[in-house]
Write a protein that binds this ligand. Structure first.
Ligand code: AMP
Ligand code: MG
Length: 573
């Protein structure tokens, strides 16, 4: 195995431009059924159902006996809309603001609280890098309120980077443009990939600069500030329960569990000890499916602390995440994790399991039958294994992975992918073009090693040695034989088409490669919104060929290999 070189680049690129110079993405025509944000009705079920902090002064402090603190966003100098996600607007029934400034943008920048909103910061704790960190909480995220969408579903609007809260500790409550662009783009890209995730409605520049030590190397500098309005049915994390259990606030613990079950797991019925047990089991199931999806698309979250684990099984808190380019189970995008690699690609299932054990401990006071918690944890393992195997079968275009020799086929593939630096996305997409049929002779048998592997050539970052080439060809021949077994067993006339369609839907052509996000950030910093707009468009259809955007499917260019933001990221955001 050869982990990607994570050595930090010392080159500091200049992206600190005045936010006011950044233009908004041109608006498209709105559907008439959408309503201006300022005319929407808001609800505040979280605030009404749960105990709030009796104190309201907004200074960093330890909060006790509460699930949240009421706090308004701190206004910014010049909020300006940079990007808007139409699909999320439609989900909420909210129209795209027709100008980069104006009342709706003031709301999205935190300068205006609408009637009916009761903004709050949630109280939570968490295990960070394996250690209990005590109180964390929404230190820079503020939930404005909830909207009932045209589909009848309730969703929270939360501003990330909206200013200090009692949970800000020593930090400033703000977010920079670079991390906000990354969250905005990735939320929507993940949704289009079919991966459960929080969403993002808007990206607003604040007109203020934020000082960050981007490389954690003692060189802080000002960067453009921004705020993302993110959207989810709930932002409750494992850590919301952990903090209540840690301080033995058991009444609040029960109330929070009951609220989450009633609002978000209504199918489980009236809360009771057995409902709590089934609820935990369902959280385990969802988390298992979530992580299987991450593995399928090559997503590495980067900071799987328990405060970054959604109780709904969504991807949440996009920080120093990354997309696998060279396939490597050891790869982590997070420089803070470069030593221990706790959160590297291959560890994600195990870490999710560990995080669920932390949640199980927090919920133990509600569930007398601890065997039920143990059972939930086994459900996680089974769900992940089944989902991952099913997804791998889809990725390979096999009916299932249950036959003798399948495990060796798969482990042989993983070894191959790590012997030469191989782009995960391109490799699997390229497998669709490996000839398995005997049309017009028997191409697979007739081909030499290089010819057989030709559709995969684009996936390699380095030239293969002859030995590696023949190992790949040998694997491909075994693979082709295995596909033919499926074909014989199914005897479907449309076998080839069905198989390719399954592969197409499991193997994205376009993912948010780290360098693509970085290019969008740099362009936006120069006042060019076209790059982010194009990416948003292309990433909404990640499984489609979109030949006019072929360049965005290319493997990472060499200049991006060690460039900051393109391969290695710190938590500084
Ligand atoms: P994260 O690493 O983003 O999951 O954040 C961990 C904790 O630090 C959470 O409680 C965040 O709210 C808090 N935090 C991160 N950045 C800031 C910031 N700039 N200002 C205030 N709190 C922050
Ligand atoms: Mg977080």
């Amino acid at each position: 195995m050869s982990p990607i070189n994570l050595k930090r680049s010392v080159k500091v690129h200049d992206e600190a431009h005045d936010a006011a110079a950044v233009p908004a993405i041109p608006a498209t025509a709105d559907s008439p059924s959408l309503t201006d944000l300022c005319d929407m009705q808001f609800d505040n079920s979280f605030v009404h159902a749960l105990p709030g902090d009796p104190e309201t002064h907004n200074i960093p402090r330890a909060v006790r006996n509460a699930c949240y603190t009421r706090v308004d966003p701190t206004p910014v100098r010049a909020p300006r809309l940079l990007a808007w996600a139409d699909p999320v607007g439609e989900l909420l029934g909210v129209s795209r603001p027709d100008s980069p400034t104006g009342p709706a943008v003031e709301v999205l920048g935190g300068n205006r609280v609408l009637p009916g909103m009761q903004p709050y910061a949630a109280r939570y704790g968490g295990h960070q890098f394996g250690h209990w960190a005590g109180q964390l909480g929404d230190g820079r995220a503020i939930t404005l309120g909830e909207i009932l969408g045209p589909d009848g579903a309730r969703r929270e609007l939360q501003l990330k980077g909206a200013g200090k809260t009692p949970y800000s500790r020593t930090a400033d409550g703000r977010a920079v443009l670079r991390s906000s662009v990354r969250e905005f783009l990735c939320s929507e890209a993940m949704h289009a990939l079919g991966v459960p995730t929080t969403r993002a409605l808007s990206l607003v520049a604040t007109g203020e600069m934020v000082v960050r030590d981007m490389f954690y190397d003692g060189n802080p500098r000002p960067e453009t500030g921004a705020i993302v309005c993110r959207v989810a049915p709930s932002f409750v994390r494992f850590g919301n329960f952990e903090i209540l259990a840690a301080y033995n606030e058991l009444d609040s613990l029960r109330r929070l569990a009951d609220y989450v079950i009633r609002e978000h797991f209504p199918g489980l019925g009236t809360p009771s000890p057995s409902t709590y047990a089934r609820w935990f089991e369902e959280i385990c199931r969802r988390t298992g499916r979530l992580v299987a999806h991450w593995m399928r698309v090559g997503f590495v979250h980067g900071v799987m602390n328990t405060d970054n684990m959604s109780i709904l099984g969504l991807t949440i808190d996009y920080g120093p995440y990354g997309w696998l380019e060279g396939f490597d189970f050891q790869w982590t995008p997070n420089t803070t994790d470069a030593q221990g690699r706790r959160y590297c690609f291959g560890n994600q299932p195990e870490i999710a399991h560990w995080n669920l054990t932390r949640l199980a401990s927090a919920l133990a006071p509600l569930i007398e039958d601890h065997a039920a918690l143990e059972y939930g944890l086994t459900v996680f393992g089974e769900t992940f294994q089944n989902a991952w195997r099913g997804m791998l079968a889809d990725k390979l275009g096999l009916v299932s992975l249950g036959q003798d020799g399948d495990d060796t086929l798969v482990s042989g593939l993983f070894d191959l992918l790590q012997q030469v630096e191989t782009d995960m996305t391109l490799f699997f997409r390229g497998l669709m073009d490996i000839p398995v049929d005997a049309e017009g002779g028997n191409p697979a048998e007739a081909m030499d090693d290089a010819g057989l592997a030709a559709p995969l050539r684009r996936a390699f970052y380095a030239d293969e040695t002859p030995a590696q080439q023949s190992r790949l060809a040998a694997w491909l021949r075994r693979y082709i034989a295995r596909v033919r077994l499926d074909r014989e067993a199914t005897s479907l006339p449309e076998f080839a088409d069905v198989r390719l369609e399954r592969m197409r839907r499991a193997n994205p052509k376009y993912v948010l490669r780290n360098y693509l996000a970085q290019q969008a950030i740099e362009a936006l910093g120069q006042g060019d919104a076209s790059v982010i707009a194009r990416l948003m468009e292309v990433l909404q259809h990640p499984y489609d060929e979109q030949p006019e955007h072929e360049a965005l499917a290319d493997r990472r260019p060499e200049w991006a290999r060690n460039k900051a933001g393109c391969s290695a990221l710190s938590c500084s955001s």
